[in-house]
Design a protein around this ligand. Sequence first.
Ligand code: MTE
Length: 324
Amino acid sequence: MLIKKPDDIKGGEITDRKVYLSRRNFLRGAALAATTFATGVVYKQLLAPQPELATPVGRVEPGPQSAPKKWGLPGEEATEYQKIASYNNFYEFGTDKYSPARRAQSLVTKPWTVSVEGLVNKPKVFDLDELTRLFPPEDRIYRHRCVEGWSMVIPWLGFSLGDLIKQSEPQGGAKYVAFETANDPKGRGIPQTDALTWPYVEGLRLDEALHPLATLAVGIYGEPLLPQNGAPVRLVVPWKYGFKSIKSIVRIKLVERMPTTTWVKEVPSVYGFFSNVNPSVDVLRAQATEQRIGEWGRRQTLPFNGYAEQVAGLYDGMDLSYYV
Ligand code: MTE
């Protein structure tokens, strides 16, 4: 997508703080968009002709050596554990794909609490062990589609976000759910680059959050999440682009108004709140096809990432070329 310089920012003007900040954010966002795009191109080149990732520099648990048959989708194999664990976006730990596997090892994940708060009758701070005792995780194998044009099939271990939200008893005024990543550089060992503003934040409409496919993941291939994958608990919304899947969550807040999100804040001209996978709408770049990591050639991208039957009804009556 072509990124235009906003008309209201003209060179040579005396810049007030608000304008300065919005220009700073715009330029940083544009630079990031360009970086991620460029990274996608480089990665595409890396894939040909031998679609193998570089050996990760950081610590990657060996994981299961051979994926049992249960891990896969009909006609689609699960992506190798090592690839899922070594090619990541986690900007707190750097803006390239390989830094998180190395640098996120500093993330302190114990003890860990998740607060469910806001417009609910039963706000509560859950210890992670309590959370998984109350909501036993199960294998959930989903396609993972990144806006940069690559995709994976990931055998998550997780439970329905909706189950957690329902037990908090949302109040009538609750319309959206806002999520927040840990933002405690010293206590949590998150160095935080100056690439984005922190904490990383995301949001869903309440009905999206209550959909059974919306998942809080605590593991991959039956093993606890690695730091680079968003340990100890992250969101997975398989019908949306990967950046909605906020990592290392500490706060889930039910709110009345549409919350802002990290990428809407950074590059509002490119990213929208909904960010449903939509091959017919370009976001950052053309989204009609994707490179499945570990495969030759490109696949057609499916509307809602192949989950249209389950989720399209959430958007009845909405023009999805407008509500991106
Ligand atoms: N969550 C946090 N806190 N920080 C991030 O930088 N990156 C997002 C999302 N969640 C990100 C995040 C992006 S851009 C993507 S594509 C996915 O995480 C990547 O998830 P993966 O590394 O497990 O593939």
